[in-house]
Design a protein around this ligand. Structure first.
Ligand code: MEV
Length: 438
């Protein structure tokens, strides 16, 4: 049985690997080599990566692809996407071309507000607390001016501070609910720093205030943290075109395709099992851009799915309808992302991706990400209601299967040609390789 190790983080990288390989991989050189082959010792790059997290032993690569030809509000973008799933970038590029030929994507930002909360326990008169908070609000803002001054210069800062009585949920539970604008930064550190300072001051001011009884003075700060649920930080993207202008799908009239497409989205609006998968398709596009641009995809995922359930039932994030003989397709997403701070100034590929996008503001990037989600959703639902998803998916997956089966470059070349007109499956590829084992 393995025994616990103490002081692991103090070991050198080589020592860490040696310990792991010894205790988990029977000391095989193969295990060591697999980890070490991803090192980038030549220059500063490795040091940079080592410093991102604790106990770095190697780098975990994802492919970075690009999807060109995205017409967004009349401007052309090439969108960077970091993702491992075979068909996502191809689908995005296809959807970009499709809608580029039909007027492009229209986008807008409906709000930029982020939220932070101080959760605390106060055992006493709620009215007294409410009046007191109203009285000290300006002082609390003043107390964090060192943190907020620069943000205010850029147009951000604390928008509002509100006391929320949550005692119907939990006895004596109150919140200070704060709204922030963080301009081009995601703002997590800014928000959390403001909250922690304000929380301390809140506690102190209540303790010093003679109107409170001794019991009331014993305020317990439970925690101070931003919320990743940002229902007022929303970007919207949409496409539309006359049904007559849609591409001719095999075996469908254009009208029939448009109706089936709308029906498929409607099913995702009504049926949670389908909604989750439908939204997963959206997040294929969203996460890929969020990761490529160095943003926190866990925060985005958490916020987006909460938004999808905001009315009490988990539902589709996108909406489709036919009006005046045109197909309309739209998506609204809550996105707390940034284009300055965090990894954006550190990770060379993130910097590169942001440059590729023309150094977008956070508002621009919110719109680009929403477009990537809408494009991905269009591509998936279009395939689902016409040819089925596997045809395109397996075509893109072909190279993975060939690699798994250790195909040579020559075999890959003939296989790719052969499977242009034949259906791809693991066994079909294995059979093909057996017959073409040159
Ligand atoms: C696969 O990664 C995504 C899809 O399942 C999305 C969908 O079903 O809409 C194809």
């Amino acid at each position: 049985m393995q025994t616990p190790i103490s002081g692991f983080s103090k070991l050198s990288k080589k020592e860490k690997i040696a310990w792991i390989v010894k205790t988990h991989f029977h000391n095989t050189t193969e295990a060591k080599n697999i980890v070490e082959q991803y090192w980038n010792e030549e220059d500063q790059l490795q040091q940079l990566h080592d410093d991102f997290i604790e106990n770095t032993i190697s780098n975990y690569y994802l492919p970075l692809g690009v999807a060109p030809n995205f017409n967004i509000n009349g401007e052309l973008y090439t969108i960077p996407m970091a993702i491992e799933e075979s068909s996502v970038v191809a689908a995005a590029a296809k959807a970009a071309k499709y809608w580029g030929d039909r007027g492009g994507f229209k986008t807008e930002v409906l709000g930029e507000e982020k939220i932070g909360q101080i959760h605390f326990i106060y055992k006493g008169d709620a009215n007294k607390l409410e009046h007191f908070i109203a009285k000290i609000k300006d002082q609390l803002r003043e107390d964090v001016s060192e943190i907020t001054t620069n943000m205010e210069k850029r147009g951000g800062g604390i928008r509002s501070i509100e006391l929320r009585n949550k005692t119907t949920l939990i006895e004596n539970y109150f919140q200070l609910h704060l709204c922030f604008l963080t301009v081009d930064s995601m703002g997590a550190n800014f928000i959390n720093s403001c909250l922690e300072t304000i929380a301390k001051r809140l506690q102190q001011y209540i303790q010093e205030e003679s109107i409170f009884t001794e019991e009331e003075k014993e305020v317990e700060i439970v925690m101070s943290i931003l919320s990743n649920y940002v229902p007022n930080c929303i970007a919207k993207a949409s496409v539309s075109c006359p049904i007559e202008a849609l591409e001719q799908e095999e075996g469908f009239s254009k009208q029939a395709f448009a109706e089936k497409f709308v029906r498929a989205v409607n099913i995702a609006q009504k049926e949670p099992f389908r909604a989750v998968t439908h939204n997963k398709g959206i997040m294929n596009g969203v996460d890929a851009v969020v990761i490529a641009t160095g943003n926190d995809f866990r925060a985005v995922e958490a916020g987006v799915h909460a938004y999808a359930a905001r009315n009490g039932q988990y539902t589709s994030l996108s909406n489709a309808y036919i009006a005046e003989d045109s197909l309309h397709f739209e998506l609204e997403l809550p996105l707390a992302i940034g284009t300055v701070g965090g990894l954006t100034n550190l990770h060379p590929l993130v910097k590169w991706s942001l440059e590729l996008l023309g150094h977008p503001s956070a508002k621009d990037l919110m719109q680009i990400i929403t477009v990537a989600g809408l494009a991905q959703n269009f591509a998936a639902v279009r395939s689902l209601v016409t040819s089925g998803i596997q045809k395109g998916h397996m075509k893109m997956h072909l190279l993975n299967i060939l690699n798994q089966l250790n195909a040579t470059p020559a075999q890959k070349e003939v296989a790719v040609t052969f499977f242009k007109t034949n259906s791809v499956s693991h066994s079909a590829v294995a059979n093909f390789l057996e017959k073409n084992n040159a």
